[in-house]
Write a protein that binds this ligand. Structure first.
Ligand code: ADP
Ligand code: MG
Length: 579
């Protein structure tokens, strides 16, 4: 199964890999059960191969000088980060090892699906600000790991895909606030024809959760009575633990027994204390956000969405700052440390075709139809129909000698055409003739991209008229859909009444002239009592039409139908005997 394509988030702190499996994007866990692989590599002193991930990170305390982390910051440079095996290792070489590990994780997790064959294709994400050199270095790292890099995708774009922002309206603008372990990125994107364009990007490649850990570690160290900048590693680890815990809890007990072999430190710290210490670091993201907005020429309120990405956005104070800067509640519906990877997987799935199912599952948010005689909505494709879809119906002329029909494409849930939205309209000409003689087929087709095509055909001549409506069929804002549905529920009773009235009136309009014509034709051959009964029933229909009462009209139509039974039979008999 070489058509599988991996989606990879090659992060500064953590990396993730995933794939589309049976139409679903999934992230894959390594042998230790974690979907996150620390972007760390340990190079052994003597024998053995480099270790990647959690195992490497674990050796940092004992053999810190042999462990490399955060090489992404050096991507595209010639800087040596390690000398090992008789040669110099740079960021690209180390990244190749990390990518190789991710490839292995994926192959192990997918072994049943692939029957053990290698997976060789991948999509890899990079920060939006990466230049060509850095992008090419990332690509080469992938190739060195045995991967064909099908595409390099911007991290904010991937995150926006994971958040489903590609379903927003055309020209929507979104901000992606990505606060990771060692870097901060803010990007403003605009959605154009289903593709995100980067309007502006800003940030700091040396600002992240690690800096918060550092501040907290130093503060704890001072509380323990320590001085100078040489903070023991154990304080750094305790700081990171406390930080993560305080994203959910209000207090956290820091315990460092015998941290220097003799002294111990123990202190219950509160979120309030944490925020006081961490505020300075978190505040540094504010200016970057404001600059990104101003570079994009936008005010915060012009944005349609703000999404949070990166592990550090779990911190409540970070969320509060985002809320304040952008004046709105950020979208946190996705797992912040997995959003970029998930987006990479979705992009990979779209490229390989494995994700086609997801596109197919798009549905029409509102019903589509045309206006029919009497101003009623005639639904052709009901709401919540899966696209692509093609459906049609045959219509006829309601009036004799009509020579064209106006097709109004409508969207909405209301019974009366005028309460729904008009998407477009056109005329279809046909041969004039008696009422009900024309045959006009109307077909609605929505393709996988949500483009609606309305086709009308005069079946007598085979002549077609076609109207194309871009994306409006599927692309309606959630709020508008909700408002339309609420309205249809609110007006359900009166709408139904209006429909029944129009239908009743159409029936009366058909019956009354026919009855008048029959009475004239039959003349005296109808006995007086019978004739009086028919006339009375017809008069009641006319009065019911005046009254405006739906139920009265319905009953009157029915009585007239019944009263004319004998008369109708006589007419048939006459026709048969050729008189
Ligand atoms: P990167 O994109 O730089 O690889 P991530 O998005 O994985 O990084 O973020 C890693 C950072 O998120 C680390 O600094 C980590 O301590 C921090 N982090 C993870 N979980 C939490 C949490 N619950 N609260 C606060 N910070 C967290
Ligand atoms: Mg990241």
């Amino acid at each position: 199964m070489t058509d599988l394509i991996l989606g990879i988030d090659l992060g500064t702190t953590n990396s993730l890999v995933g794939i589309v499996d049976s139409g679903f994007p999934i992230l894959l866990a390594g042998a230790n059960g974690s979907r996150m692989t620390p972007s760390a590599v340990y190079f052994p002193d003597g024998e053995g191969e480099p270790l990647v991930g959690a195992e490497a990170l674990r050796l940092r305390m004992a053999k810190g000088e042999r462990v490399v982390t955060s090489v992404k910051r050096l991507m595209g440079t010639r800087e040596t980060v390690m000398e090992w095996g008789g040669r110099k290792w740079g960021a690209e070489d180390v990244s190749a090892l990390i990518l190789g590990k991710l490839k292995q994780i994926a192959e192990a997790a997918m072994v049943e699906e692939t029957a053990g064959k290698p997976i060789t294709r991948a999509v890899i994400t990079v920060p939006a600000y990466f230049n060509d050199g850095q992008r090419n270095a990332t690509k080469r790292a992938g190739e060195r790991a045995g991967l064909i890099v099908e595409r390099i995708v911007n991290e904010p774009t991937a995150a926006a895909l994971a958040y489903g922002l590609d379903k927003l309206n055309e020209s929507s603008k979104v901000a992606v606030y990505d606060f990771g372990g060692g870097t901060f990125d803010i990007s403003i994107l605009e959605l154009n024809e289903g593709v995100f364009q980067v309007l502006s990007t800003n940030g700091d490649t040396r600002l992240g959760g690690d800096d918060i850990d550092g501040e907290i570690a130093r503060a704890l160290w001072r509380l323990a009575g320590g001085d100078g900048d040489r903070v023991p590693d154990s304080f750094g680890e305790a700081a990171r633990q406390a930080k993560c815990a305080l994203s959910a809890a209000e207090t956290f007990p820091v315990r460092l027994p015998f941290y220097d072999g003799e002294k111990s430190f123990e202190r219950e710290i509160t979120r309030e204390w944490f925020e006081k210490v961490a505020r300075k670091v978190i505040e540094r993201t504010r200016g970057h956000c404001l600059r990104a907005l101003s570079d994009a020429g936008l005010e915060a309120r012009a944005l349609d969405a703000v999404v949070l990405v990166g592990g550090s956005t779990r911190i409540p104070l970070v969320r509060a700052l985002v809320r304040e800067v952008f004046g709105r509640e950020p979208d946190v519906s996705q797992n912040p440390d997995e959003a970029v990877a998930l987006g990479a997987v979705i992009q990979a799935g779209i490229l390989s075709g494995a994700m086609r199912n997801m596109v197919l599952l798009d549905v029409t948010p509102l019903s589509l139809g045309i206006e029919t005689f009497g101003g009623l909505m005639n639904v052709i494709i009901p709401r919540n129909t899966t696209i692509p879809v093609k459906r049609g119906e045959l219509f006829t002329n309601a009036v004799a000698d009509q020579s064209s029909m106006r097709i109004r494409a409508l969207q909405g849930e209301r019974e009366l055409a005028r309460d729904n939205w008009e998407l477009g309209a056109f005329e279809i000409p046909f041969e004039g003739g008696p009422r009900g003689s024309a045959r006009v087929g109307v077909q609605f087709a929505i393709d996988a991209n949500g483009i609606l095509q309305v086709l009308a055909r005069d079946t007598a001549t085979g002549r077609d008229e076609v109207l194309e409506i871009q994306s409006a069929a599927v692309d309606v804002g959630d709020e508008k859909v909700e408002a339309m549905i609420n309205e249809s529920v609110e007006h359900a009773f009166e709408d139904m009444n209006a429909r029944r009235w129009t239908e009743g009136k159409m029936k009366s309009d058909e019956l009354l002239p026919a009855v008048d014509q029959a009475l004239a034709m039959l003349g005296d051959s109808l006995d007086a009592e019978e004739k009086a009964r028919v006339e009375a029933a017809a008069a009641e229909v006319r009065m019911a039409l005046e009254s405006g009462s739906v139920s009265r009209l319905k009953a009157a139509n029915q009585s007239l139908d019944e009263a004319t039974e004998t008369m109708a039979a006589m007419l048939v008999e006459r026709a048969m005997s050729g008189i």
